[in-house]
Design a protein around this ligand. Structure first.
Ligand code: BGP
Length: 467
């Protein structure tokens, strides 16, 4: 008997910049990623999302494949500059129509849409105008954008999330300089992150004021960190890593306030976040309905006297990255007993059960969706067939881990592997594949079902019994 509830959602996920392509079609404005990815040296071999999977033009074919797969929900994001080319003001009706048609097509196939409002592709116009997330004006701009989406799509869509993985677009955008706007300015980053929390709260408030029928949540990376030893310095480093990766990102949206210890540390070190009158109340009064969890790996953490920066493996050659950490706080080290992907991500399914437990322990019984989970790999092709058995092994172990969390009482309502189809990996190009559907980039982006496609079909049909 399956542990998964009868109405459990079996989905898959994508994000606009990574899948749509059509980066300048039909009146779309530029996003910060359209600009950043064209700067020399920013991404793996200069890859970008100009064409991506061309989902913009082929969404009907893709939705038909989703239906064949048996998906009951699809998580995708809206490209803000596609609907508001300047970030605010004039609406691009052609962009609105694309999403409207996509939603209708999904509903025609009984696939429930889950919309992410922000998956990193900020309108470049707002970056230029007031520094994007660093400017307080972003809170009004995001609210205008969110209201437009609720107004146009809220009659047909009842699952929404405001943000995807703030730790990544703020951390890599403002602390390590690997995403736009390419800054290494922690003070500005902490303030920009505050504006994200305010924007979330305002958009949640608007959602409720407008009476949209449905639920609105926030999507975070779920990354259990474990200390490499029980030495006091490693334990302290681990506490700080947990404070940053988890408490800082989850508390403001689930408790409506910052973790006090971390807030004191940030204010002592940098004098931010700066609160305006009303900020604390806005956060407190608008906590989200659910939390979306993106789980890929855990990290082992140690004291750090030497490493500054995050030298990522973006090639898929094991061991090609370098040190990762913030000097004086913590660093990420390899687990000597761990199993790793070619991108040096630890494969650790039990971490998913544990980390859900940690969330319940800190925040109580909040509804949970697993909004991303998957294996990035260069899939083997044998006689034209894409034999991605390692992905099947990875996903089946992780679905078991979700099942165990449910047995332990967690309110997990859906599972969305990353990704439905092969798409652009932000810094790793098209060689890091995640999809159930392969795209032949040599043959007019033809779609081809992988071995995992058939396997996931069975999983869905059996409601998680056949893994
Ligand atoms: C998450 C993002 C996704 C996706 C995924 C895989 O952080 O929300 O957009 O890219 O990670 O990461 P990567 O493409 O770096 O392997």
């Amino acid at each position: 008997m399956s542990q998964f509830p009868k109405d459990f959602l079996w989905g898959a996920a994508t994000a606009a910049y990574q899948v749509e392509g059509a980066h300048d079609a039909d009146g779309k404005g530029l996003s910060v990623w359209d600009v950043f990815s064209h700067l020399p040296g920013t991404t793996h071999e200069g890859t970008n999302g100009d064409v991506a999977a061309d989902h913009y033009h082929r969404f009907k074919e893709d939705v038909a494949l989703m239906a064949e797969l048996g998906m009951t929900s699809y998580r995708f994001s809206i490209s803000w500059p596609r609907v508001l080319p300047n970030g605010t003001g004039e609406v691009n009706e052609a962009g609105v129509k694309f999403y409207s048609d996509l939603i209708d097509e999904l509903l025609r196939h009984n696939i429930r849409p889950m919309i992410t409002l922000y998956h990193w592709d900020l309108p470049q116009a707002l970056q230029d105008k007031f520094g994007g997330w660093a400017g307080r004006e972003i809170v009004d701009a995001f609210d205008e954008y969110a209201r437009l989406c609720y107004q146009r799509f809220g009659d047909r869509v009842d699952l929404w999330s405001t943000f995807n993985e703030t730790i990544v677009f703020i951390g890599m955008g403002y602390f390590t300089g690997q995403h736009p706007p390419k800054l290494k300015d922690p003070k500005l980053g902490i303030q920009a992150c505050h504006h994200v929390f305010l924007s979330n709260a305002r958009a949640v408030k608007s959602f409720r004021e407008m009476g949209i029928k449905g639920q609105i949540g926030f999507v975070n990376v779920l990354q259990p960190n474990d200390p490499i030893s029980q030495e006091p310095e490693d334990l302290r480093a681990w506490e700080i890593a947990e404070g940053i990766y988890t408490h800082w990102l989850y508390d403001p949206v689930l408790k409506g306030e910052y973790p006090h210890d971390m807030l004191e540390m940030a204010q002592a070190a940098f004098g931010v976040p700066e609160f305006h009158p009303g900020d604390a109340e806005l956060l407190k009064e608008n906590i989200v309905d659910f939390i979306g969890l993106n789980y890929y790996k855990r990290e082992m953490v140690a004291r750090n006297d030497d490493v500054q920066g995050f030298d990522l493996n973006t090639s898929g050659q094991k061991g090609s990255g370098g040190g990762m950490g913030f000097k004086g706080l913590f660093k990420i080290v390899k687990n000597p007993n761990g199993v790793y992907t070619d991108w040096d991500w630890e494969i650790y399914p039990e971490g998913l059960t544990d980390a859900i437990g940690r969330i319940r322990h800190r925040y109580g019984e909040v509804p949970i969706y697993i909004t991303e989970n998957g294996l990035g790999a260069k899939d083997p092709i044998v006689d034209g067939a894409v034999l991605d058995q390692p992905r099947i092994d990875y996903l089946s172990e992780h679905i078991r881990a979700v099942g165990r969390a449910i047995e332990l009482g967690a309110d997990v309502r859906g599972y969305y592997p990353w990704s439905f189809i092969d798409l652009l990996s932000w810094l790793n190009g098209y060689q890091k594949q995640y999809g159930f559907v392969y795209i032949d980039r040599e043959n007019n982006l033809a779609r081809k079902k992988k071995l995992s496609f058939e396997w996931y079909q069975k999983v869905i049909r059996s409601n998680g019994d056949e893994l």
